[in-house]
Design a protein around this ligand. Structure first.
Ligand SMILES: O=C(O)CCC(=O)C(=O)O
Ligand SMILES: [Fe+2]
Length: 319
């Protein structure tokens, strides 16, 4: 089994000539692993390239400058996180990666910020790189629009009206994360990873990766297949909210990273995690629960789902 490539030509808006065909391809990918590439996704190549410049510029800052914007100073899980901070796979060693988180800037008076909902609030921008904010917010906006379009295509793929999920699009809890993986350590063992095996928790992740490779996806038979970089593509993977929404029909498979192919160079990747409105309900969509059977998951809100994931992975951080 491989990771399919889905061409979004003529499927980027309602009424598109290839919407039905793309929906079928998303259905097949969702039922298999929850992973697929998209090409011709409509995102400006310059905007994508420039976000890698952000990643390099921020992560190349002197340690003191990165420390000044450390995640621990943020109420909204935004900022810099050093190597070893996160252990995505509890059975593995701490992840060999550093990263910078940012997202939509919800103002202090926004009710979700007032209520202290996870990840809603202000960013921490590095001093001395004034262009980073505008670029990152423009990138976030473009990715958010694409993620919401993918949710529409996902609705079609489930034989639902294209706008089925649209009511969940307000106040999304999005996270843009720029990651740098140093070369895989010389003393690495089988428990050493750039990112340990994990599933993503949200609805859909849109990943831009550089040309080195290193991301591996678990197939239904348990084997690992590399998500080989394809220039201009994004790797899309479904998060744990989607099995919940589809009563287990679509999958959110584990994936992991090892930077072993770069010849010593760092690997950069930029996942964009799209999570709908914190207050939106997540429950089995019409037609997904077979007659006479109980739904596999209890209905909940997006926020409750996230809290459940934190509880399950106590001591770990959001992926
Ligand atoms: O770096 C990658 O290719 C994947 C990163 C990832 O899976 C994550 O941050 O959740
Ligand atoms: Fe992930």
């Amino acid at each position: 089994m491989t990771i399919p490539v889905i061409d979004l030509t003529d499927a980027l808006r309602p009424g598109g000539a290839r919407n039905a065909e793309v929906a079928r391809q998303i259905r097949a990918a969702g039922e298999a692993t929850g992973f697929f590439y998209v090409i011709h996704h409509g995102l400006d190549a310059e905007l994508l390239a420039r976000q890698f410049e952000v990643a390099e510029a921020v992560l190349n800052l002197p340690e003191a400058d990165k420390e000044a914007i450390a995640l621990k100073h943020s109420k909204a899980a935004r900022g810099y996180e050093c190597i070893g901070s996160q252990t995505l796979d509890a059975n593995a060693r701490p992840d060999v990666k550093e990263s910078f988180y940012c997202g939509i800037e919800y103002p202090p008076e926004h009710p979700y910020v007032q209520r202290g909902y996870y990840s809603y609030g202000a960013n921490q921008w590095p001093a001395g790189l004034p262009w980073v904010r505008g670029q990152s917010l423009a990138y976030t906006e473009a990715m958010c629009a694409l993620a919401q379009r993918l949710m529409q295509l996902m609705a079609l793929s489930l034989d639902l009206p294209e706008d089925y999920f649209d009511h969940t699009h307000g106040n999304p809890m999005v996270t843009l994360r720029m990651i740098r993986y140093p070369a895989h350590p010389a003393d690495a063992d089988e428990r050493t990873f750039g990112a340990g095996a994990h599933t993503d928790w949200g609805a859909v992740t849109l990943l831009a990766q550089d040309a080195w490779g290193g991301l591996e996806v678990q197939m239904p038979d348990g084997s690992w297949v590399e998500a080989t970089p394809i220039e201009g593509s994004l790797v899309i993977n479904l998060g744990d909210m989607i099995p919940r929404w589809t009563n287990g029909r679509y999958h959110s498979n584990p994936h992991r990273v090892r930077n072993t192919r770069s010849g010593g160079a760092p690997r950069y990747s930029i996942p964009f995690f799209y999570t709908p409105d914190y207050m939106a309900r997540v429950e089995a969509v019409p037609g997904s629960v077979p007659e006479g059977t109980a739904p596999r998951y209890a209905p909940c809100t997006v926020g409750e789902h996230l809290q459940e994931m934190y509880r399950k992975t106590y001591g770990l951080q959001a992926a």
